[in-house]
Design a protein around this ligand. Structure first.
Ligand SMILES: Nc1ncnc2c1ncn2[C@@H]1O[C@H](COP(=O)(O)OP(=O)(O)OP(=O)(O)O)[C@@H](O)[C@H]1O
Ligand SMILES: [Mg+2]
Length: 237
């Protein structure tokens, strides 16, 4: 579904991704783990067209999407939940969710929007109960759910998640992961980026390890959980 080949990305002249190649098949959950500054967010931004200076190819359903504007990429079915959630703190929960549906507004497809909203409230009942609450007053876990809900309004076939577990208590992390699993089981392919290696490897089928812009390890997530190098560097020994 997604095949990235030899991707290089730069900030000015400084390389942030060096020859990255990864593949995600339809229906999979694939994780990318890596420390602060490894290039995880850069990789997701390169996929969704938010970073322009790059070389290499990003094939989505066999089509090269490098250079396409970000809204076109969303239209093809790739949506991103950004790092740090980036919700609109002063707007109500329901307005944040509506903003995720802008492509449908452009197509004036009101019925589709209502159907999607119903679906995300079914997935996150807490958001439905808090629809009129100002988003900035939600708890961290609820804000993460809102960020995911907003991305789902774009009806992604491929959902990119940038550190959804960041700053959340273990119980909430488990809840978020179980929603990600549910989404996957209902047909959404997932590319998950995480510093929380344990969570990311537990939920994924396959995973990649990114270090200073390069993929240094890849394999079945279960094998990486057992890998001594991964254990030492990412799982606390
Ligand atoms: N807008 C930018 N301008 C210049 N350098 C940047 C920019 N954004 C990121 N970088 C640099 O690129 C490298 C990779 O950053 P990136 O945000 O992709 O890392 P990350 O793996 O997502 O880290 P974290 O886990 O802290 O979110 C870092 O060295 C960072 O300083
Ligand atoms: Mg990041």
């Amino acid at each position: 579904m997604l095949r990235i080949e030899n991707l290089n990305a730069f900030y000015a002249t400084i390389p942030a991704l060096k020859g990255v190649s990864i593949e995600v098949s339809k229906g999979e959950i694939v994780s990318i783990i890596g420390a602060n500054g490894a290039g995880k967010s850069t990789l997701l931004k390169a996929i969704t067209g938010l970073i322009k200076t790059q070389q290499g190819s990003i094939l989505y359903k066999e089509r090269d999407i490098v250079g396409l504007p970000a809204n076109k990429i969303v239209g093809l079915g790739i949506c991103q939940v950004p790092e740090g959630r980036q919700i609109f703190a002063h707007l109500k929960v329901q307005d944040n969710i509506h903003l995720g549906a802008y492509l449908y507004y452009r197509r004036r497809n009101r019925a589709e929007i209502d159907r999607r909203i119903e679906e995300v409230y079914r997935l996150f009942p807490i958001l439905g109960r808090r629809a009129k609450q100002v988003a900035g007053t939600l708890s961290g876990g609820e804000q993460q759910m809102l960020a995911i809900a907003r991305a789902l309004m774009g009806r992604p076939e491929l959902l990119l998640l940038d550190e959804p577990s960041m700053g959340l208590a273990p119980l909430i992390v488990r809840e978020i992961l179980s929603v990600i699993k549910k989404l996957n089981e209902s047909g959404t392919t997932i590319l998950l980026v995480e510093q929380n290696a344990k969570a990311a490897l537990n939920i994924a089928k396959r995973a990649f390890v990114l270090e200073t812009g390069e993929i240094v390890l890849e394999g079945l997530a279960a094998d990486l959980l057992d890998n001594p190098k991964v254990k030492e560097a990412y799982l606390g020994g």
